[in-house]
Ligand binder design. Structure first.
Ligand code: SAM
Length: 285
């Protein structure tokens, strides 16, 4: 998945991407985008000072909130100590063991050695300096999650939700859309946060529904193929794929799948990219 801009290491910038929501109305809209959570486990990434946490604590059956900042997580633990359904974990979302987090919960099912997690809903006003790493982790571990509602830079939201053929469609869009339905819900101005970020922010909802099986492609190999196809932005699909496939194989597969060699990967829907992938796989190269 492509990287999104990281905040430069600048001492005047808020540490750990800390831009706290100061609009209660916005916090409520984000929480409402998760739907009815009264019977659900919710995972919050980066609860910060608890703007979203507070609303969820009263609504969710179980809330697990992971905060990296030691001081903030201690404050959260204190503030939510009277809520038996709220668990504050001090840690890095990119490193926590998801099996441990979702394993020992009331009502979970363990059948022999096969642990079937009960999918949780995810919410987070994400730290923008690691948006793509967090997204990738969520998508790769999609078996744990049913719905993901996240606040990201508007530019990232535009890319996540873009349709094939549009200006913003790229590897990020194709990868996210391989795992589910992506909706861009609403946009907030910098003034909704304190301190204010330099960029606009949008809330995106991903309803997990992996599509690899329906597209008849193996997930990991297909993602590697997408990376190759989108390899160099200005190159045609032909030129990007030429690095891996010999010209005769490529020509045959393009003809078989009805894809024009001069096309760019951004113009192809996932269905057509999958058809090309299958045609290439059939040639055995
Ligand atoms: N949810 C709060 C709100 O909306 O006001 C805070 C959002 S702030 C944009 C991002 C939060 O993520 C901060 O509290 C920051 O400390 C936390 N954070 C940064 N990196 C993290 C990581 N790797 N794992 C968990 N939390 C992280």
């Amino acid at each position: 998945m492509p990287k999104v801009a990281r905040e430069a290491t600048n001492p005047r910038k808020p540490k750990l991407g800390q831009h706290f929501l100061q609009s209660e109305a916005a916090a409520l809209r984000i929480v409402e985008a998760l739907g009815d959570v009264s019977q659900e486990t919710v995972l919050e990434i980066g609860p910060g000072r608890g703007a979203i946490t507070e609303l969820l604590a009263r609504r969710a059956r179980r809330l697990i909130a992971v905060e990296l900042d030691r001081v903030l997580s201690a404050q959260l633990r204190m503030n939510f100590s009277l809520y038996p359904n709220v668990e504050i974990i001090e840690g890095d979302f990119l490193k926590i063991e998801l099996d441990t987090v979702f394993g020992a919960k009331p009502g979970s099912v363990r059948t022999g050695l096969n642990f079937t997690p009960e999918p949780a809903r995810v919410i987070g006003n994400l730290p923008y300096y690691i948006t793509s790493d967090i997204l990738l982790r969520l998508l790769e571990n999609h078996r744990y999650f049913s719905t993901i509602v996240i606040m990201v830079q508007k530019e990232v939201a535009d890319r996540l939700a873009a349709s094939a053929g549009s200006r913003d469609y790229g590897l990020l869009s194709a990868t996210a859309q391989l795992y589910g339905r992506v909706e861009q819900l609403f946009t907030l101005p910098p003034s909704a946060f304190n301190p204010q970020p330099k960029v606009q922010s949008s809330v995106v909802r991903i309803t997990i529904k992996p599509r690899a099986e329906a597209l008849r492609v193996p997930e990991a190999e297909f993602i590697a193929f997408l990376k190759l196809g989108f390899g160099q932005k200005r190159k045609t699909l032909w030129n990007n794929l030429k690095a891996r496939y010999d010209e005769d194989t490529l020509r045959g597969a393009l003809v078989k799948s009805g894809v024009k060699p001069a096309i760019r990967a951004e113009a192809l829907t996932l269905e057509r990219t999958a058809a090309l992938f299958r045609a290439l796989a059939q040639t055995g190269s």
